[in-house]
Structures are given as structure tokens and as C-alpha cells.
Design a binder for this molecule. Structure first.
Ligand SMILES: O=C(O)CCC(=O)C(=O)O
Ligand SMILES: [Fe+2]
Length: 281
């Protein structure tokens, strides 16, 4: 058997598998996530462990010289690449930046190791062979960034949210015209931090956005997380967590200690004719 399953906290069914042994049993993992029979998949050995120290060294020393952008100051984190959530609405510079980011990503992880090849291939195997790729932009030849690389220093965090909220952002106007509003995501770990830094997923599913927006009771949109059961997953180095981050409330637990938490993180949604899943950073 290539997949093992574990139940956590009475609401969280986690599947674990190895990226190099994804057989036919793995081909329905995305169906199970979409149907809510599974809450997350942890895929091990996406990148071989022996490769990781050099990759982390490159991230630490900013080699290659990726475009560097920042989370809001309080989150104590930054991106290599540009997070679509934090872009200006017209995306004027974005697609030029995306072209340069693709070149830098190819220097960082060349050929078969490039996330747009390696990670895309793994995700496709988990979805019956349906391809995963960066969405086309509004103009010919434009393409969104497949991922963003992220550093979170000591104390860095992301507050509780559901990724389906992102589609309300002005920078999502074009993207939402070409894909489904239901977003999932992956978090790939490049290293293990000293403490904290878990992806924490709560036993709370956000109601469909239309309903939430029509509600005048703001408290129904963001529950008090202290009252909710949760599961904390520290994504091991070289492994990738895939989960329904669109509907499930989640956060990045503050990073403890002086080791920066390095990840690659992307969002994904089925395109309009369901022939592919679009992936962006
Ligand atoms: O880094 C993580 O564990 C979660 C990231 C996340 O939730 C996001 O960027 O939307
Ligand atoms: Fe998220």
C-alpha cells in the first residue's frame, strides 16, 4: 500500500505518501480532498534530503537574486517572487516580473527539479493525470508565477484565514475569470525550524463567500480560534502539505528560534473547463 491514513482530533483525515511511489491508489487523492473525505495530504521526498542544505544556503544568501517582496511588516516574512494577494490591481509590472522569476527559479531548481515540473507532476499524479500549470495571463505570452518562495524569521506568522477570501482582491480579477473560486494550496518545506512554524488547520469550514458577505454579523465570518479544535503540521524538509486551504480556517503558527522557515507555497484551482488545475504563487 502506497498511502497511509491517520485520523486526528475527530475531524482531520490525513493521508501520507511518498512522491516517488505514487501509484494508481494515489490518483484519487484530489477527489478525496475536494469531496471533504480527506483534509490534507503530506507528500514526502518531493526533493531529496541531500539537496536541501544547498538550497537553503541559496535562499539564505539570496542566490539567485530573485525579486524580493515583503509580507506586511507584522508578519516578519518575505517572498522571493510576488504574492498575487499583495499585488496592485492592474498587474502592470507583474507579468514582466513573472518572466524574470521563471528564469531565476530555473537557476535555483533546474530541469526536472523545477517546481513547475517536479511539483506539477506530483500533483497531476494525485489527480488522475490532470495537468497542473501556471495560469495564462490576460495577454498572449503572459503567465502567472507558478509559486513563491517564502522566508519567515523569528516571530513570523500568518493570521487565521481561508484562502477562498483571496478571490475578492482586485488583483484576482482576471484570474477569477479563468478558474473556479475554490482554492487549495501546497506548502513545501525546505528546512526544519527550531520551534513553532507549524501550519495549523482548524475544525472550521468557511461558509460559501456569497453567504458570508451578505451576513451582517461579522463574527460569523471569523470565529474565535481558541474555541476550535485544530491540527498542527510542521511540514518536514523536502515534504509538501496539500490541503483544502480555501474552505478550512488555518494559519502559520509563529516561528520560534533564530532559524528562518523557508517554504515554497502556491494556490491552485480548477480552470473553467476543468481540463487543468491552475497554480500560482
Ligand atoms: O505557510 C503556511 O504554512 C501557510 C501559508 C498560507 O496559509 C498562505 O499563504 O495562505
Ligand atoms: Fe492560506
Amino acid at each position: 500500500m502506497s498511502i497511509s491514513y491517520q485520523q486526528h482530533q475527530g475531524f482531520f483525515q490525513l493521508a501520507e505518501c511518498n512522491a516517488n511511489f505514487l501509484d494508481r491508489e494515489a490518483a484519487t487523492l484530489f477527489d478525496e480532498l475536494r469531496e471533504g473525505r480527506l483534509q490534507a495530504v503530506l507528500v514526502h521526498d518531493v526533493y531529496p534530503r541531500k539537496l536541501l542544505p544547498d538550497l537553503v544556503e541559496g535562499l539564505e544568501t539570496h542566490q539567485p537574486s530573485f525579486l524580493k517582496t515583503r509580507f506586511p511588516d507584522a508578519f516578519n516574512g518575505w517572498f522571493y517572487g510576488r504574492n498575487l494577494n499583495l499585488c496592485e490591481p492592474q498587474l502592470e509590472q507583474y507579468f514582466d516580473d513573472a518572466r524574470q522569476f521563471e528564469r531565476d527559479l530555473e537557476l535555483f531548481l533546474p530541469g526536472a527539479l523545477n517546481p513547475a515540473v517536479r511539483i506539477a507532476d506530483i500533483l497531476a499524479r494525485m489527480d488522475g493525470g490532470r495537468p497542473f500549470r501556471a495560469p495564462p495571463g490576460p495577454d498572449l505570452g503572459q503567465r502567472y508565477m507558478f509559486t513563491s518562495l517564502r522566508g519567515h524569521a523569528e516571530g513570523g506568522y500568518i493570521p487565521a484565514h481561508c484562502d477562498n477570501e483571496f478571490v475578492l482582491r482586485p488583483s484576482y480579477q482576471h484570474l477569477t475569470s479563468v478558474c473556479d473560486p475554490h482554492i487549495m494550496s501546497f506548502v513545501l518545506g525546505f528546512n526544519d525550524c527550531d520551534g513553532g512554524g507549524a501550519t495549523e488547520i482548524y475544525n472550521y469550514i468557511q461558509p460559501p463567500l456569497g453567504k458570508a458577505l451578505m451576513s451582517d454579523d461579522q463574527r460569523s465570518i471569523k470565529p474565535d480560534v481558541d474555541t476550535l479544535a485544530s491540527v498542527k503540521i510542521r511540514v518536514p524538509s523536502g515534504s509538501m502539505l496539500v490541503f483544502d486551504s480555501g474552505r478550512y480556517l488555518h494559519r502559520l503558527e509563529p516561528v520560534a528560534g533564530s532559524t528562518t522557515r523557508w517554504t515554497a507555497c502556491s494556490f491552485m484551482a480548477l480552470n473553467n473547463d476543468k481540463s487543468a488545475t491552475y497554480v500560482w504563487g
